[in-house]
Every structure is written in structure tokens, then in C-alpha cells.
Design a binder for this molecule. Structure first.
Ligand SMILES: Cc1cc2nc3c(=O)[nH]c(=O)nc-3n(C[C@H](O)[C@H](O)[C@H](O)COP(=O)(O)O)c2cc1C
Length: 221
């Protein structure tokens, strides 16, 4: 049971103060609120040439042109503190981010196991890889979407145990049947991405599509 304080301004609400909560309670509350989160399934390669694969749901798009994405990697509590993804990205400046669809959920989970540095999750899970075109980390053969990225910034998240990695997408790979050339969009519903909610085991799938017309811009009036 997590301690809450009464909300003195609205009796229908509960209040929580992260500074008064024990770790990891704020993490659980936050990730159940900032949800659903997309999952970046990230391949990297070590300086010695060993590929690595791991999922990251502190992940999003942060700029459209040039297209830029971010992921946030926490330090481990035990040694080595640096996760393999961060170590490889620092060494090579490259990664590939894949969409996790419903068919690949179990395989994705297997790649979140903390294998020793130098052990490839491709080998451990039997996932097949393909060479990338513009970067060294390989991509997942059966992924519906892969984005080849060059790292643009690596930034500590002030006051936390996380490091944010920003990467520019320099090539998109999209499965043919998912691409809608008339719109320049992927059919996101058909792509069947899984997304993460709070805690360690809540996910969603099967989003429902609805449309909202954008408001007329005041500047256009
Ligand atoms: C769905 C999912 C999302 C995850 N998101 C993150 C995340 O955003 N940041 C993080 O540091 N770890 C996250 N993890 C845990 C890492 O995947 C895990 O620590 C992994 O072993 C790291 O692998 P690496 O050392 O090969 O980079 C997530 C795990 C799962 C299953």
C-alpha cells in the first residue's frame, strides 16, 4: 500500500509526493500514468563486433525533421552499472530501433534478460538478423519496422540514474504491406505494436482507430 495524502483542495482526489515515497513507488505510479508507451527494441554492436538487443519503453519521437528519437537507459543497481546498450552506443554512436509487434512479444521479453556483456541476445533467443545498410548494428530479420540511427546526443538526466540517448533516423525499413504510399504513413493498427503500461507486466495491444480533424489554424484564417 502506497501512502497518499488527502488532497486538501479536492476530496475526490488523492495526492502523492514522490520525495516522500520509497523507490520504486514513484516509478510504478509514473509509468502507469504516462502510458501506453511504445517500445523501442534496440540493437547495438560492441567495439569488438558482438551484437546486442534489448527493449526500452522510456522511448519516444522527439523531432520530425530530421526524424529523431530518444530512449532513456537506467543504470543497474549492481556492477557493471552501465547497460550494454549504453556502453555500445557510447563506443559506436549507432543503433537500430525496431517496432515490437504482437507476434514478437515473447521474444522481446527474452531479450530483456541481463546477459553478460559480450553475449549476443540474437544467439540466446535464436532471432535471425540481417545486416543494416548505413550502420553497423544488425537489424532483426522479421521486424515489421526498423530504423537505422546515428547518435546525436547522450545526456545524463539531471538528478536521476538515467541517461538519455538521442538518435537521428537515417534510414527507415518498413514491411511493404504496411506502407500506405498515398498518405506516406505506416498502417499503425495493422502493424499491431504492443505498448507498455505500469509495473513489470502490463501491456496493451489492438488500438482502436478514430479520427479527429485538425482545427483550422488561426494563422490560415
Ligand atoms: C518492455 C520493456 C521495457 C523496458 N524499458 C526500459 C527502459 O526504458 N529503460 C531501461 O533502462 N530499461 C528498460 N527495460 C529493461 C532492459 O530491457 C533490461 O535492463 C535489459 O537487460 C538491458 O539490456 P542491455 O544491457 O543489453 O542493454 C525494459 C524492459 C522491458 C521488458
Amino acid at each position: 500500500m502506497i501512502a497518499s495524502t488527502p488532497d486538501t483542495t479536492n476530496a475526490a482526489m488523492l495526492s502523492f509526493v514522490p520525495a516522500e515515497m520509497a523507490d520504486p513507488a514513484p516509478y510504478h505510479l509514473l509509468t502507469s500514468i504516462v502510458a501506453p508507451r511504445p517500445i523501442a527494441w534496440v540493437s547495438t554492436i560492441s567495439a569488438e563486433g558482438v551484437p546486442n538487443l534489448a527493449p526500452y519503453s522510456f522511448y519516444n519521437a522527439v523531432a520530425g525533421f530530421p526524424p529523431t528519437i530518444m530512449l532513456s537507459v537506467s543504470y543497474r543497481r549492481r556492477e557493471p552499472k552501465e547497460k550494454d546498450t549504453l556502453r555500445n552506443v557510447k563506443a559506436t554512436g549507432e543503433f537500430v530501433s525496431h517496432v515490437v509487434d504482437e507476434t514478437m512479444a515473447e521474444a522481446m521479453l527474452q531479450t530483456s534478460i541481463e546477459f553478460s556483456y559480450g553475449v549476443s541476445e540474437f544467439d540466446q533467443t535464436g532471432l535471425k538478423s540481417l545486416p543494416s545498410i548505413d550502420v553497423c548494428p544488425p537489424r532483426i530479420k522479421n521486424a515489421s519496422v526498423a530504423m537505422e540511427c546515428k547518435v546525436t546526443q547522450i545526456m545524463p538526466v539531471e538528478g536521476t540514474t538515467n541517461v538519455m540517448i538521442l538518435g537521428r533516423v537515417i534510414r527507415f525499413h518498413v514491411r511493404k504491406d504496411l506502407y500506405r504510399p498515398e498518405l506516406g504513413l505506416v498502417n499503425t493498427v495493422a502493424m499491431q505494436p504492443i505498448t507498455r503500461l505500469g509495473g513489470s507486466k502490463e501491456y496493451t495491444k489492438g488500438g482502436e482507430l478514430f479520427f479527429l480533424d485538425p482545427p483550422k489554424s488561426r494563422l490560415d484564417a
